[in-house]
Design a binder for this molecule. Structure first.
Ligand code: COS
Length: 401
């Protein structure tokens, strides 16, 4: 499904909420970031009809604009010393309000290179991260497999030791964001098939590696470049091992812990846009001699939407703040990220559905913003850990408390 040309008329007219930036979770730098992005994004002009071309264009623009510097640490082209969850949250919320595809392009640079930021050698970080921050290289995170989506430890992609410490990769990854257009992939593979989650290792695989085929694109219901990766005797040099041998599962989880809260923020941005569209529409649409907004039924619905958004927002900002300021222990921070992702994405889906209902026939018309949001939001309840996975993480923690 393709999009239109950004910005559309309402992108210029509707502004994202800023009041949340005053909450104590944020500091001055994050507030300034949130305040600066809307002016930049509405000055861009991007043809979003072809999602892959548009995504490349957004990556280039976000790099030139300096926004991708928030996806990598300071020593390697980043804006801040460490990856800052609150900066990611503030930026993704605003990007998603305007363009879910711009948000996708931004987020994947961070997720795709996140494991290198966390565990890369100085040489790996120097080689990949500055190019990611500049928007000159596109990154991808390759974890899921046809038979191992939620159950990461069940992955089958095999990394077999070769001479000199190198590895051969054989198997498949699928639903890989930026698949077929990334310059490199952070790939997780089994190095010890008998050891479950303790037998997985991460590798950086360049897109032009012999034995890697990323040509099988996958079409989904909203613009989102995806592909299956097939590894057939793909040789990976020892220097491309990422992090510890058999330490890949924890590295994947640590990467997801950072970015799950930012998925929640993207959902918030889409939900806030749906609410803004609803207020705009309800204030103008006339029926039965008054505007739609004059009906108490509409006011009640808008109230419900606003509260659902705020509930997700508070959990999201808390999760990002806990990570940045190292509140609690690792498990508590993971649980906070899981609660944020689960609640914000589920609530956003409800809010967008209510917005679509309020728009009546216009809501289901292809090309209307709420219609595209309705498709855009759906995958967020699945990727980077489905709602059910977040429930498991939260539920297990209750039993262990
Ligand atoms: N940070 C660090 N370590 C973590 C961790 C985290 N967030 N979560 C788990 N671990 C550690 C555990 O402590 C455990 O360590 P030990 O082996 O030392 O005991 C190990 O990792 C295994 O953990 P666990 O037993 O909880 O793993 P499970 O196989 O039961 O899987 C879930 C747990 C389901 C939560 C995990 O597989 C998951 O997140 N799945 C969803 C994956 C996903 O998001 N896919 C989308 C891909 S990107 S689109």
């Amino acid at each position: 499904m393709s999009g239109g040309v950004f910005p559309a008329a309402l992108d210029l007219e509707l502004t994202p909420a800023q009041a949340h930036l005053a909450l104590p979770f944020f500091d001055t730098a994050q507030r300034e970031l949130g305040a600066a992005l809307p002016g930049w994004i509405v000055a861009q002009s991007v043809d979003e009809h072809d999602d892959r071309a548009a995504c490349r264009d957004w990556v280039r623009r976000l790099g030139k604009g300096g926004w991708l510097r928030y996806c990598v640490p300071g020593a390697h082209g980043g804006a801040l010393a460490q990856l800052d969850s609150r900066a990611l949250v503030v930026l993704r919320e605003t990007l998603a309000f305007y363009s879910p595809l711009a948000d996708f392009a931004f987020a994947m640079q961070g997720l795709g290179s996140g494991a290198i930021s966390l565990a890369g050698t100085p040489a790996q970080q120097a080689r990949y991260l500055p190019a990611v921050a500049a928007g000159e290289q596109i990154a991808a995170f390759a974890l899921s497999e046809p038979e191992a989506g939620s159950d990461v430890a069940a992955m089958r992609l095999r990394a077999t030791p070769a001479e000199g410490g190198d590895f051969w990769l054989n198997g498949e990854k699928t639903w890989i964001s930026n698949g077929g257009m990334a310059d490199f992939y952070c790939v997780f593979a089994k190095t010890d098939p008998q050891a479950g989650s303790r037998g997985i290792t991460a590798f950086i695989v360049d897109a032009d590696a012999t034995g890697l085929d990323a040509s099988r694109h996958i079409q989904v219901m909203a613009p989102h470049p995806l592909a299956t990766l097939v590894f057939c005797d793909c040789a990976v040099p020892a220097a491309q091992q990422l992090g510890d041998l058999n330490g890949g599962f924890k590295l994947a989880m640590q990467t997801l812990d950072i970015f799950r809260a930012s998925v929640a923020a993207a959902a918030l941005g889409m939900a806030r846009r749906a609410l803004a569209e609803s207020v705009h529409f309800a204030s103008r649409r006339r029926m039965f001699g008054q505007t739609l907004a004059d009906f108490q039924l509409t006011q009640a619905r808008l109230g419900e939407m606003a509260a659902l958004i705020d509930a997700g927002a508070l959990l999201t900002y808390r999760a990002a703040w806990m990570r940045d300021t190292q509140q609690g222990n690792q498990k508590e921070r993971s649980v906070a990220a899981a609660m944020a992702k689960m609640t914000a994405t589920e609530n956003a889906q409800r809010v967008i559905d209510m917005a679509l209902q309020m728009h009546g026939g216009r809501g289901v018309q292809v090309g209307s913003k709420v219609e595209s949001l309705y498709r855009d939001i759906r995958a967020l309840r699945i990727y980077e850990g489905a709602t059910e996975v977040q429930q498991l993480i939260i539920g297990k923690a209750q039993l262990q408390a």
